[in-house]
Design a protein around this ligand. Sequence first.
Ligand code: ADP
Length: 479
Amino acid sequence: MRILYVSTEATPFVKTGGLADVIGALPYTVAKKGHETAIMMPYYKSIRDKWRYEVKYLTSTIVTVGWRKQYAGILYLKHKGVDVYFIDNEFYFGSDNVYGYGEYEAERTAFFNRAVLESLKLLDVQFDILHLNDWPTAMISLLLKEQYKNKHNGLYDNIKTIFTIHNLKYQGIFDASVLSDLFGLSMDYMTTDKLEFFGRVNFMKAGLIYSDKITTVSNTYKDEIRNPFFGENLDGVINTRSADLYGIVNGLDINEYNPKTDKNIYVNYGLSDIDKKKENKKNLQRELNLDLNENAPILAMITRLVPQKGLDLVKRVFDDMMSFNIQFVILGTGEEQYESFFENAHARYCGKVAALLKFDEQMARKIYAGADMFLMPSLYEPCGISQLIAMRYGTIPIVRAVGGLCDTVTQYDSQNDTGNGYLFRNYNAHEMAHTVYLACQAYKGRTKWQKLMKRAMKTDCSWDKAATQYINLYEIAMR
Ligand code: ADP
């Protein structure tokens, strides 16, 4: 099969979150299993700055965005056996940020979506599957079905679409005028069974309604979003598509995230020389001006600072947790209320708290390697990749039993020596603090803790299984 992955981010080119990790791994694993895979994404300024000498100009076309005619360059790079196509337009993608353009985001998205479909006329490959990811690609399903199929000499007729929900919270909701202004679509689409959403247009709905198959990035999240609490007002629509809804839990790029070979960390280590992880802890403490105390467990968080990540619980019981003689390290950017809280905590707990308010891939790796425990008390979590990375580096996850966290972390049982982390059920600060306390107690029993670390490191979270499940789904879609 020939599969084109359409995304707004992918490692190693650009990353803001877990979606980039998925697109940086899944197409490569599917290719290894004998299929032809390609990625298509915007050519952001940050990509141009870093990759321009490797990327080649392929061709260009003019794309219609409502009444506008816009240039779209198609650039190309063969990356680890996978074809990567970049859509180039200085006006839309020439600035630094990937997201955060408010209403203007609709026009960037309309351009990108149209450019993806138009570029298919110009490439030598005839794709069987368009694998779309999150709301910025969702309108492609609608455009394909309503404006491209049964035209263009049948070029588009056999293409099937898979739409993956990486996070239902972000939906792309805009004024109704964008339909005609940006897509040339009539107001017939402004009905509840189509794109209408509380008087506005919801791009995510296009993916949910017009795609052939829908997936979520974990099995538990698939079931959760069919209920109002997790459904973000789309549970009704999702339930109408339940027959085409599949949950496939994300894997992890285990070559990229490997403490034995990772050049970003202080000292490499693996299962056979796990003691060297301590060197990473010592170096991390030194770099972050924390007390050089081997006995104080380092509890880390690496996250976007948004309510989804359970930061309100952390704020609520922060002082209680610090009384367990831990050191706390947080790396993240986001909402001001959280940034100032952690900045303040940093000042209050000299030598015990480090708050790094930035996005820094190398520092992230150093923390995964140097910390003892990794906290993820999410309110909801479509899959979560950070807990997988933490386990791979022998850092024990403490997570809320929700979404993909349930599907990837199993409760530690000290009696039977089973499990790879800690889970707590309710969205309750004291329940979380108690679980951290239990982990701190267990941390004192070094032999058992080391066994737990080894089990976490051995957890099979490679992409292999997920890739096979996606391939099966592509085959079902094509039938
Ligand atoms: P989400 O996609 O909701 O942000 P995930 O756990 O799926 O959450 O993925 C987050 C990814 O982004 C992980 O690879 C994590 O290490 C990385 N990450 C998050 N914040 C930062 C940061 N400030 N610096 C570096 N990496 C970060």
